[in-house]
Design a binder for this molecule. Structure first.
Ligand SMILES: C[S@@+](CC[C@H](N)C(=O)[O-])C[C@H]1O[C@@H](n2cnc3c(N)ncnc32)[C@H](O)[C@@H]1O
Length: 155
């Protein structure tokens, strides 16, 4: 996705593949583009947006998708006690990785996009956690020539 909340088609394609058959949580709905892509193949999608205006737009976009639940608020509160999920798309700005790990089952995927390719892992808290935490195995992939994502699996 991008900082403005519109997701790249290439990222939507990746999410559509990774979400297939899974129970998904999305942290940061924005306008619902990523949620709609995942809902195309997922068993279920719970998506959380804290900005009321963005949530309103997303609710209209996602209306009629029977496997999508849109929650309004901070995901850390909205998803407390929910789960555990087979995939978390961590797209909500700030990352509480321990809370995210608690949301997922062993074997579940954690996806983080909107990375700049070629940056060092050292000093990058997102890469340091996802690529080096021993509870995960992870790979960084290009989604376009100028954008990257990390797909991690919880061991
Ligand atoms: C990059 S956009 C999400 C794009 C969306 N996932 C997609 O693929 O179309 C990030 C969104 O996360 C929301 N956000 C940031 N922190 C959040 C939080 N703690 N809980 C819920 N939403 C949050 C922002 O308001 C923003 O709309």
């Amino acid at each position: 996705m991008t900082g403005g909340g519109s997701s790249l088609p290439e990222v939507q394609a990746l999410l559509r593949v990774l979400a297939a058959g899974r129970d998904v949580a999305e942290l940061g709905t924005a306008f619902g583009e990523g949620a709609a892509a995942m809902a195309d193949t997922a068993r279920s999608v719970v998506t959380v947006e804290r900005d009321p205006e963005r949530a309103r737009v997303a609710r209209a976009r996602l209306a009629g998708l029977a496997n999508v639940e849109l929650l309004e608020g901070d995901w850390r509160e909205a998803l407390a006690g929910r789960g555990r999920f087979d995939l978390v798309f961590a797209d909500g700005g700030t990352y509480d990785w321990e809370a995210i790990l608690r949301l997922v089952k062993p074997g579940a995927l954690i996806v983080k996009d909107d990375l700049t390719p070629g940056r060092p892992t050292d000093g990058d808290p997102v890469r340091e956690f996802l690529l080096r935490d021993p509870r995960l195995a992870a790979v960084e992939v290009l989604t376009t020539p100028a954008a990257a994502a990390i797909v991690a699996v919880k061991r």
